[in-house]
Design a protein around this ligand. Sequence first.
Ligand code: 13P
Ligand code: SF4
Length: 304
Amino acid sequence: MLRTLQDKILKLKQEKDIAILAHSYQSPDILEIADCKGDSYFLSVAAKDIAAKTVIMCGVRFMAETVKMLSPEKTVILPVENAACPMAEQITPERVLQFKEEHPDYKVVAYVNTTASLKAVCDVCVTSSSALKIVGKIKEKNILFIPDKNLGSYVKQNLPDKNILLWDGYCPVHNSVSEEDCLAAKKAHPNAKVLMHPELPAEVLRHADLVGSTADILSYARSSEEDCVIGTETSIVDTLKLEKPDCNYYLLSKRLICPDMRITTLADVYHAMLGKGGAVIELDEDIRLKAKRTIDEMIRLGEA
Ligand code: 13P
Ligand code: SF4
């Protein structure tokens, strides 16, 4: 049944000139039929060079908005209309503009997990894998980092020469992990490497063997024969267990489940391809151009 649906999707991709992009948190059956899969940075860069007329973005809304920003001529579809990262709107564009007026000597750095309207009033975007490199390359010393206080504090700790102010936003999924959860997982699996996403709180991150994006975590685990405790969304554990059944992968906390990332099914992808579901992403042209600047700047600094 599953295979049949995957086959139908693969056939439709050819017939209708559709490319499928999927974030690494998507389920293995979606990842299998994707043309591009990876973390937020990889997908942002890949979006620039896709030739297909239509792109189905399996992930959350800000990711589909990024594809539309970079490729306005394409039809970009989010298969489930309400798949949205709750962190993306934890500060308003008006509040950012007010801050900039009061602090003209600050650069505003936006985590890519933000809406297009928010990106449009910021100076540069970062992703979890590119944040250290990009903030390190910004000439100005004074920085406001929005909205994720956990990623922001990780950057601040690693770049002590910068003066970084943090907004009080967070990912409700990663931020729900406590130090007790972490100590319990380490006690239960004392020989496993502990790999963590920087959206986790600082008191948890200090117990990590590696802090990195979903791509960094996957790449470490794929190239190692060690058992690993995975400190990010549970889908990464599912992917690794399928790829390397001889290693053991444990989830850092049972709370690491993102409902918005897990809502999309293969059937949703199929229906979106048929034009029978999902949301076609539209962006106001002024917002698109202003928001695109921050992604272009991220890619320029990230690749320099
Ligand atoms: P990545 O930058 O690792 O892809 O993370 C995106 C995300 O939403 C993590 O929760
Ligand atoms: Fe947003 Fe957190 Fe889900 Fe990532 S895991 S999409 S940051 S809510």
